[in-house]
Design a protein around this ligand. Structure first.
Ligand code: GDD
Ligand code: MN
Length: 367
């Protein structure tokens, strides 16, 4: 067996025959199997595949647990017998005509991972795409670019050698972007994009919902975490800190509107801001860390923030008192103070307040 074509499906019964025929027409001569990874559609897909299997090397695997496009594809990886695995949609959006080229690139060793791409020269999208849809797709693509070097990281059409698949316990995508997941977690030297013309589906409906888009954001965060590790945490920590600064400022201004003096307002506004930061860091930046008791962790975080502020202020004071340059450019002293304070807070949070789970420590020692 040479090529296993994995097709995740949910209610795609009308597409199964045209899909099989398209593949047959384009893969003439290649030894292949089609694996329909179906999430219990109950739309006659099973019967349809039984009929098709008289003419085509096709089988259906009905899944009843852990629904979703990506988990279905991952199960397909385990089912596949071929040396090469191809993943494509059922709805005829992905042209099977690209498969022989993908296979050739993998067999010759010219490539280790081949992606069907709409955004390389020769590639294109359906003429019916509205500007709105195009913008939507571009906005979703942007945050994925630092994770890979490809032009179309959103694509769901790809091929690789089965032996190069990352082990399935390493793969944990939430949502739709299985190609992105495999690219980031796999170890591929040569990634190639082959141009495709993306055709809109004729039968059935798209399953891409708002819920899936939110999952995509969570997936992105995980991948950033995986790829950039501490840098990703620091970035989020800084983002949270900036939002905390806005909370601080708002409370400070509102309290003064209620007649409090600016010094009292300043002393109070620290608390909601620090609490806000702690909460967001707990659920976002360090959400993969140990879930320590809230009261304990909150007090530790607030203490660290107070110390961090002393570092910030101390830096500012020292620089502007003893270094002539900063006496003339106080804004730079302020910026350095803020960075030092944040660096201090981040280090304490990272090492002591949001403690690593044992698995994470274990994972790191393996790298
Ligand atoms: N098993 C299973 N379970 N399959 C699913 C599920 C699910 O929950 N949801 C969708 N699928 C299958 C569909 O039946 C189809 O074969 C394929 O996954 C893609 O689903 P569509 O609903 O057609 O997605 P799309 O056209 O919006 O998205 C496509 O384009 C994106 C780029 O614009 C897909 O190729 C995406 O992977 C791609 O990122
Ligand atoms: Mn589609």
């Amino acid at each position: 067996m040479k090529v296993s074509i994995i097709v995740p499906t949910y209610q795609e019964v009308e597409n199964l025959q045209p899909l099989s025929e398209m593949i047959q027409a384009e893969l003439n001569g290649l030894d292949y199997e089609i694996l329909i990874m179906d999430d219990n559609s109950q739309d006659g897909s099973i019967e349809k595949v039984a009929k098709l299997s008289l003419l085509h090397p096709i089988r259906i695997i009905t899944r009843t647990e852990n629904r979703g496009l990506s988990p279905a594809v991952i199960d397909g990886f385990d089912e596949a017998q071929g040396d090469i695995v191809v993943v494509m949609d059922a709805d005829l959006s992905h042209p099977a005509s690209a498969i022989p080229k993908m296979v050739a690139l993998l067999e010759s060793g010219e490539s280790d991972f081949v992606l069907g791409s709409r955004y390389v020269p020769g590639g294109s999208i359906d003429e019916s795409w509205t500007l709105w849809r195009y913008i939507n797709s571009a906005v979703a693509t942007l945050p994925a670019l630092p994770l890979t070097r490809v032009k179309d990281p959103m694509s769901g059409f790809f091929a690789l050698r089965r032996k190069d698949l990352p082990s399935s316990h390493k793969l944990s995508p939430i949502g739709y972007k299985i190609a992105l997941e495999v690219m980031v977690k796999g170890d591929f030297q040569k990634v190639t994009e082959v141009p495709i013309h993306f055709v809109d589906r004729v039968y059935g409906e798209s399953k891409l919902t708002l819920g899936e888009q939110i999952k995509y954001l969570r997936h992105l965060r995980r991948l950033y975490q995986y790829k950039f590790k501490t840098k990703a945490e620091f970035f989020q920590f800084a983002l949270v800190g900036s939002s905390g600064f806005i909370v601080d400022l708002l409370v400070y201004l509102v309290l003064q509107m209620f007649g409090l003096s600016h010094t009292v307002a300043r002393a109070i506004s620290f608390w909601p801001a620090a609490t806000w930061n702690w909460m967001l860091n707990r659920v976002m930046t360090f959400n993969h860390r140990e879930k320590t008791r809230k009261a304990t962790q909150w007090s530790a975080f607030v203490t660290s923030s107070l110390l961090g502020f002393s570092v910030n202020y101390g830096t500012y004071y020292t620089l502007t008192t003893y270094v002539p340059f900063f006496q003339e450019h106080m804004i730079f002293a302020l910026i350095i103070g803020v960075l030092m304070g944040m660096g201090f807070n981040f280090t304490i949070s990272n090492l002591f307040i949001f403690r690593k789970l044992r698995e994470e420590v274990h994972d790191e020692s393996k790298h």
